[in-house]
Design a protein around this ligand. Structure first.
Ligand SMILES: Nc1ncnc2c1ncn2[C@@H]1O[C@H](COP(=O)(O)OP(=O)(O)OP(=O)(O)O)[C@@H](O)[C@H]1O
Ligand SMILES: [Mg+2]
Length: 256
């Protein structure tokens, strides 16, 4: 189990001008996710959700402030700690079709993290077990991505992320490219795997209803600033900020 601490955190794609103008992509973020916690990040398009996710896993450099993963400062990791971090934090993206090489069979794709991070080739049995953990069969290993449905591919993306036994799973809109009928199924799977594997999970969505269903705490981002944060039930039932109320109303309308 891993925990995340974010303190006085600022990020800009153009740091020099942000320091001059005071306009940041992400501004003065403070939050933490305890080990085994399930955090939801909600906000409109362009509010900075994906940018934050990329910051949390070290794909973008931190401009100001701190991100600590299990007490290690992301800004000052040694090469060895960086490799460890790549294994420890795994990502699932919005569009499963784009997270797979179309020319590669699933068996090959799914074994990439183990090959590159553990420097070994996984056995057929190990791959079959991975697929079984997300409700798929060994025969799917021989297929190409276009021979699977979006929901199946996203489940395989989840299995691939979990293959290196991460402590943290970052899921950036993992269900928004899926058919409504399989969205709930994919969410449920993430929630179940989290329990089973004692994962710390961060789930991003523009949809408060999606995040409300599975998380235990929520932060609401607007223009790169946290406008509301708290326990999921409180945020859903008693939103304080007008922006959260708007998101809550939109979620209620969609779920009617
Ligand atoms: N590579 C980049 N270079 C410069 N600006 C960027 C880059 N990526 C994103 N931005 C800007 O940063 C802001 C936040 O974008 P981000 O992608 O984090 O939003 P988001 O909340 O994930 O939106 P969505 O719900 O549409 O995915 C936006 O104003 C966006 O235009
Ligand atoms: Mg995004």
């Amino acid at each position: 189990m891993s925990h995340i601490d974010v303190k006085n955190f600022y990020f800009s794609y153009a740091p020099r001008s942000a320091r001059e103008t005071g306009i940041w992509t992400l501004s003065n973020l403070n939050f933490s996710v305890e080990a085994g916690g399930f955090l939801g990040i909600v906000g409109e398009s362009g509010s900075g959700k994906s940018t934050l996710i990329r910051n949390l896993c070290g794909l973008l450099p931190i401009t100001e402030g701190h991100v600590h993963i299990d007490g290690c400062n992301l800004a000052s990791l040694s090469a060895r700690e960086m490799i460890d971090l790549r294994r420890k934090i795994q990502l699932i993206y919005q569009n499963p079709k784009r997270s797979f090489d179309p020319r590669m069979r699933i068996g090959r794709s799914i074994s990439q993290p183990i090959r590159s991070l553990e420097k070994r080739a996984p056995s057929d049995e190990e791959l079959a077990n991975l697929l079984a953990s997300v409700g798929l069969q060994a025969e799917h290993l021989n297929r190409f991505p276009h021979e699977l449905s979006g929901g199946q591919l996203q489940r395989i993306a989840i299995a691939r992320a979990l293959s290196v036994r991460p402590g943290i799973l970052l899921a950036d809109e993992p269900t928004s490219a899926l058919d409504v009928s399989v969205q709930a199924q994919a969410l449920k799977m993430i929630a179940e795997l989290r329990e089973q594997l004692k994962l710390t999970v961060v789930l991003v969505s523009h949809d408060l209803a999606v995040v409300g269903r599975v998380t235990d705490s929520i932060i609401v981002l607007k223009d790169g600033v946290i406008v509301e944060a708290g326990n999921t039930a409180n945020v859903l039932l008693n939103p304080q900020h007008a922006y959260t109320q708007k998101l809550a109303e939109a979620a209620a309308v969609v779920s009617l």
